[in-house]
Design a protein around this ligand. Structure first.
Ligand code: PMP
Length: 409
């Protein structure tokens, strides 16, 4: 393992200091939601205690301060993902909300009967169902890029699927089941050759890799704060300004208008056109603190360490008889999903929980991918930079004991 100092990092996360059932908590479910460093908790508390006032409305001191912090948070996000302008950074309540915003707004303007939208077999439900609903509303068709037995996207199938009816390609940056980093630049290049815009679901991607939306050249990039060590209820839709300009608002209400009359309402400029109602300004400030935190630690080393810890987890699990890891074993980023012959994932997760090990089980919000691999559910561990090799060892030992209980060896 590299020299990343996870001991110091762990001290920043109060949730990791606790015991469950009298045992030290081993939190291996960060892909579902990450724990929060103290500085993020402090920001949220401090905002509630001292700085709370509704933004973009009143002229009083607190309102001005709060608005300034919210807009600074937008700038922090812009820099973090290297967007050209803050107009391209829309705050939403999360990845799911950002994709639904697009499905309604982009869908309203750009999708009609006979059009096609392409997703992949490895998508999270959040990047399938909004498009399915849109296709039903508009009489469009959802096309699916299959994955190969190693879980990789079949690029020639994608090339064959894109045609003059294709209106959008929607792909995860990193799969939340397989930990595979999709070849996003290649995907974008291919789609753009046909004039097709690309939405990248960055819910996992933004956590484990530096994100540069200009370098990736994607048209939309979405992510959730809560997986990036920030509070829940805040997320981001990045959109290319020229595209966002053309799209109609999704939700109407306060803050998204320039002027309202019964004869005609005009809308605010970007990005507020897409932020109807009171925004989650405290969440946005929490997200900015999380990003500041990430930029203050040696982030590249943290990413490398996560990669090593994931590889170590795969190696340790691979020695267990009857255990199957899904998707190519290396490189894997952030998540390892597996099944054990003769063991129901839920039984295993329940026993592991009593040992203090928190992991995810079930269809992992990716039922089509479960079907592709012929299983109804999997177990998933998702180590973050605050986990240790010793925790992986304890988890694997507990897994072996539980397996013995369940199948006798
Ligand atoms: N896409 C991916 C790849 C995810 O991992 C998740 C969260 N599990 C989502 C979308 C949905 O994120 P949220 O629930 O925060 O909207």
């Amino acid at each position: 393992m590299n020299t990343f100092d996870f001991t110091a990092i762990r001290r920043d996360f109060p949730a990791l200091q606790q015991q469950v059932y009298g045992k030290p908590l081993i939190y291996l479910d960060s892909a579902a939601t990450a724990q929060k460093p103290q500085c993020v908790i402090d920001t949220v508390n401090d905002m509630h205690a001292r700085w709370n006032a509704n933004i973009h409305r009143a002229v009083h001191y607190l309102a001005t301060q709060c608005t300034e912090r919210y807009e600074q948070a937008r700038e922090t996000v812009r820099r973090f993902i290297h967007a050209r302008a803050t107009q391209e950074v829309v705050f939403t309540s999360g990845t799911t909300a950002a994709i639904n915003l697009l499905a309604f707004s982009f869908g309203e303007r750009r999708i009609g009967a006979g059009d096609e939208i392409i997703v992949t077999e490895a998508e999270h439900h959040s990047n399938i169902v909004p498009w399915q609903l849109l296709c039903e509303r508009k009489g469009a068709t959802l096309k699916v890029v299959p994955v190969d037995p190693a879980g990789r996207l079949q690029m020639d199938s994608l090339a064959a699927l894109i045609n003059e009816r294709t209106r959008l390609l929607c792909v995860a940056h990193i799969s939340n089941v397989l930990g595979i980093v999709n070849p996003v630049k290649e995907l974008v290049r291919l789609a753009h050759t046909h004039g097709v815009p690309v939405l990248l679901d960055g819910a996992q991607g933004v956590v484990h890799q530096p994100v540069d939306v200009q370098d990736m050249d994607c048209d939309f990039y979405v992510f959730s704060g809560h997986k990036l060590f920030a509070p829940t209820g805040i997320g981001v839709l990045y959109g290319r300004e020229t595209l966002l300009e053309q799209l109609p608002p999704w939700q109407g209400g306060g803050d998204m208008i320039a002027s309202v009359s019964f004869a005609k309402t005009s809308f605010a400029d970007l990005p507020l056109k897409f932020e109807a109602g009171t925004a989650n300004y405290i969440g946005a400030c929490g997200l900015a603190t999380a990003i500041d935190y990430l930029q203050a630690i040696p982030l590249a080393a943290a990413h490398r360490y996560e990669q090593e810890l994931t590889a170590y987890t795969v190696r340790r699990l691979s020695t267990i008889e009857g255990l199957q890891v899904y998707g190519e074993k290396a490189p894997k980023t952030g998540v390892v999903s597996f099944t054990i012959a003769g063991v129901h994932p839920l039984d295993m997760a329940t026993i592991l929980d009593k040992s203090g090990v928190a992991l995810r089980t079930g269809h992992l919000c990716a039922e089509p991918l479960m079907r592709r691999f012929g299983v109804s559910g999997m177990l998933r561990v998702s180590p973050a930079f605050y986990n240790t090799p010793e925790e992986i060892d304890t988890f694997v030992a507990a897994l072996k004991t539980a397996k013995k209980m369940l199948v006798g060896n």
